[in-house]
Design a protein around this ligand. Structure first.
Ligand code: BGC
Length: 473
């Protein structure tokens, strides 16, 4: 243990404390993107009731208003990564905030269905860009030992956004102002933009652009010390190993392919194990399990939203201590058991007194296990496992896959319930959760405590050495 309390060590500690505060601030502002992600996807479940009434919508236009956000998010994620690589993480987030404000205001002012759909599409684009750029930005400014929980701040913000949306739904329900529920998102959108104006660009992106001096000065500022040579050296080193511009074809490079498979695989498993059937349709599921009143179902839904927030905090506490893999494996195993039990609960005769309670408790357990594992860890891993030069592109691809499968699961869920019944539907998600567990067990690496450059290096070591010309381009 160090007993050094001399002036230089006090100075160093004060600087380090300042830098920690700075990284917290950067992470907190960037995480507002997650808040908007959660709020905008969660709020529609309640808002759609009033919008349907205001615009006299039939079923298809209703589905359109709900799902156009997911389609927009898929497009935003796929293209946003490229913007983040070209324009920088910071500038991309400032643009995202403008997109959010524009989309939210168009929704609030909408006088026709088409205006509403356009507004929701624009909001979706913003969500898509934000969800791939935010974790990347935080990951690139955070020190290795705290990266796990700091990146997970954005998942925490997603869960808080969802909970806020449930509460706003509940509060506004009495007043029936559906469009304003959507317009409210302009406020955090504006805060995100203003915050990013004062935050620095990612030092890793700057280094990649050849702006070594600026990269160094940002790094000195966020680390609170001028002793950043080792980190700069590591970043430079990692840049020497790939080509100048990240292109689609580079995603298939042998040193990148395993990471690509892991990112896209986890993206798909995060969705096909059914999380958003619960997030978007919890009141429907709970009512069908026999809770008689709307308000009882909404209250139980808010309880589920709260469990999601609390268990995400637990995960953030564990993620840099226990590591990513143990949490992922325990969490997915718990999700599998909960889904099996949920399916069994629906085998109880309808009207059975314990069905509603068993359903609510297993739904909560399922969300709790998701919140410690696939929820935060998917977004964290895709911000960590890709080489710097194609990080935006690769992360955007994984996020795009996530939104596409989100859309697929959300639009098929109600039909599946009708065709297969609840038991088989939840067992099907359970079977996919077993596949997710095996996938994670065999393929997902531990990234705890490693610098982004060490992770990048570890992929290169695993694959056959590249021909020297290709490597040193
Ligand atoms: C997922 C979302 C989901 C949310 C629930 C996120 O990690 O990507 O689809 O709605 O978690 O907390």
């Amino acid at each position: 243990m160090s007993t050094n309390t001399g002036p230089s060590s006090i100075h160093a500690r004060a600087a380090a404390a300042g830098s920690t505060r700075f990284v917290y601030l950067a992470a907190a502002f960037a995480a507002l993107g997650g808040l908007l992600f959660g709020y905008d996807t969660g709020v529609i479940s309640g808002a759609v009731l009033f919008i349907t009434r205001d615009f006299a919508l039939a079923v298809f236009p209703q589905e359109l208003v709900v799902s156009v956000v997911l389609a927009g998010a898929a497009v935003g994620a796929l293209t946003g990564g490229r913007f983040a690589d070209r324009l920088g993480r910071r500038r991309t987030l400032i643009i995202t905030s403008i997109i959010f404000i524009a989309g939210a205001l168009i929704c609030a002012a909408a006088t026709s269905l088409s205006m509403l759909v356009i507004g929701r599409l624009i909001v979706g684009l913003g969500i898509g860009v934000a969800c791939s750029t935010v974790p990347m930005y935080i990951s690139e400014v955070s020190p290795a030992h705290a990266r796990g929980w700091q990146v997970s701040l954005s998942q925490l913000a997603i869960t808080v956004g969802i909970l806020a949306a449930y509460l706003v739904d509940y509060g506004y329900a009495a007043r029936g102002q559906g469009r304003w529920m959507l317009g409210l998102a302009a406020v955090p959108g504006a805060i995100l933009g203003l915050g990013m104006l004062f935050l620095p660009e990612s030092p890793r992106w700057l280094a990649r652009r050849g702006e070594g001096a600026r990269a160094r000065s940002v790094l000195e500022r966020i680390r609170g010390t001028s002793d950043v040579d080792a980190e700069i050296e590591e970043i430079r080193d990692s840049l020497q190993h790939s080509e100048e511009h990240g292109r689609w074809a580079d995603l298939l490079h042998p040193a990148v392919r395993p990471a690509l498979v892991i990112g896209i695989g986890l993206a798909i498993f995060q969705q096909v194990t059914g999380i958003n059937t619960v997030i978007y349709y919890a009141p429907t599921i709970i009512r069908s399990a026999g809770i008689p009143s709307d308000s009882g179902a909404i209250l139980a839904t808010a309880g589920i939203g709260l469990v999601n927030v609390v268990m995400t905090i637990v995960s953030m506490w564990l993620i840099d201590r226990a590591g990513r893999r143990p949490l992922l494996l325990v969490g997915i195993a718990g999700m599998t058991v909960s889904l099996a039990m949920l399916g069994m609960a629906f085998r109880l005769p309808t009207g059975h007194s314990s069905l509603a309670w068993v359903a609510v408790i297993t739904l909560m357990a399922y969300v709790a296990f998701f919140a410690i594992s696939l929820g935060p860890i998917f977004w964290l891993l895709i911000s960590e496992i890709y080489p710097l030069k194609i990080r935006g592109l690769a992360e955007g691809t994984a996020a795009g896959a996530n939104w596409s499968f989100n859309l697929l699961v959300s639009i098929t869920f109600l039909s599946l319930l009708q065709a297969l019944g609840p038991s088989l539907t939840f067992w099907m998600y359970g079977a996919l959760a077993i596949a997710a567990w095996l996938f994670s067990y065999y393929l997902v690496p531990e990234t705890k405590g490693k610098t982004l450059e060490e992770i990048e290096e570890s992929w290169r070591r695993r694959t056959a050495p590249l021909p020297s010309g290709a490597e040193a381009e």
